[in-house]
Design a protein around this ligand. Structure first.
Ligand SMILES: Nc1nc2c(c(=O)[nH]1)N[C@H]1C(S)=C(S)[C@@H](COP(=O)(O)O)O[C@H]1N2
Ligand SMILES: [Mo]
Length: 321
């Protein structure tokens, strides 16, 4: 923490400053050259796909029942982001500040996985992630996902509404916020030791009404399989109308609290990453525009929508916005 405080105001990790389009185009060229070479050996396999085959899933105890049926109302007919690209373009700073998280996750053990749900609740829970997941009805939902760095993807997540878990633990009336704490397994996550100035573990938070909103999802799978490690196995949260950093990965603790909790990014740079952080094309990041976003597979530039396109469902939560 001390080293964070002495950084000049506005300090930011290098990757958040790198113009993503430049970074991506360089990767794409390298990858397609690699694929061209490979296709000469393995006749035709993967030709024309950017990024090659998707990384294998962390299956094990989480593999039951896949693929789960897509939920009615969550199949909007958008074309999905290419799985191979999305699996190799992740933010997960516990492993690396660059996007090739998938190369560094081999040692990450995601089973068994102890999860605690507690704080201001009537019925706290401590259980294994597999036990929780087995007890829930899973469904697939296609969501847009928008990172604050102005890239975006369209992903079929598998999971269940966070509200279902909240019901189980019964928050007390004083509980007004939910705090998420994620894993900090130093021996398995090389980015933690490499970046000691960050306030590990990664932590996030939501208002209770945001946590209870039917779009807020506990995610346990993606692309019809249990979550690969780089996506935040075995259990994460996805809040589709907020910037991506509000969707914590590899969660170990969910805590109900009375006061607005601090978050990882807010602790680092409060002016740039405030608690609410709803997607809004009209509010530029202090150092770049949020008016458009780049689809990570096609490179297409599309206009960013308020609440990431979910205004109809969520605007009621923010009457003064
Ligand atoms: N534990 C943890 N969760 C995290 C992050 C992280 O670094 N650590 N990065 C966040 C950010 S900035 C984004 S954009 C999304 C990326 O999710 P994805 O890699 O599944 O696309 O995860 C979020 N959740
Ligand atoms: Mo992000």
């Amino acid at each position: 923490m001390a080293s964070v405080i002495v950084r000049p105001a506005g300090w930011i990790p290098e990757r958040h400053v790198t113009p993503e389009s430049v970074f991506w185009n360089r990767r794409r060229v390298v990858k397609s050259l690699g694929l061209a070479g490979l296709s000469g050996l393995v006749a035709g396999v993967g030709v024309g796909r950017v990024g090659g085959a998707p990384a294998p899933s962390a299956a094990g105890p989480y593999a039951k029942g896949y693929p789960h049926a897509r939920a009615a109302g969550f199949d909007p007919g958008w074309s999905l982001t290419d799985e191979a690209v999305a699996s190799k373009y992740n933010n997960f700073y516990e492993f690396t500040l660059s996007k090739d998280v998938y190369k560094r996750v081999a040692k990450f053990e995601t089973a068994p996985w102890k999860l605690e749900v507690g704080g201001l609740v009537e019925s706290p829970l401590t259980l294994d992630a597999a036990e929780l997941i087995d007890g829930m009805a899973l469904e697939e939902r296609v969501y847009r996902f928008r990172c604050v760095e102005a890239w975006a993807m369209i992903v079929p997540w598998t999971g269940f509404p966070l509200a279902k878990l909240v019901e189980r633990v019964k928050p007390k009336p004083e509980a007004r916020f939910v705090r998420f704490v994620t894993a900090a397994k130093r021996d398995e996550m090389p980015g933690i030791a490499e970046n000691p100035e960050y306030p590990w573990p990664y932590f996030e938070g939501l208002r209770l009404d945001e946590a209870l909103h039917p779009l807020t999802m506990v995610v346990t799978g993606v692309y019809g399989k249990p979550l690969p490690r780089q996506f935040g196995a075995p259990i994460r949260v996805v809040v589709p109308w907020k910037y991506g950093y509000k969707s914590p990965k590899s969660i170990v603790k969910i805590e109900f609290v009375a006061n607005q909790p601090k978050t990882f990014w807010e602790t680092l740079i409060p002016r740039e990453y405030p608690f609410e952080s709803n997607v809004d094309p009209g509010v530029p990041h202090p150092r770049w525009s949020q008016a458009t976003e780049r689809m990570i597979d096609t490179g297409d530039r599309v206009k960013t929508k308020k609440y990431n396109g979910y205004a109809e469902q969520v605007a009621r939560l923010y009457p003064s916005a």
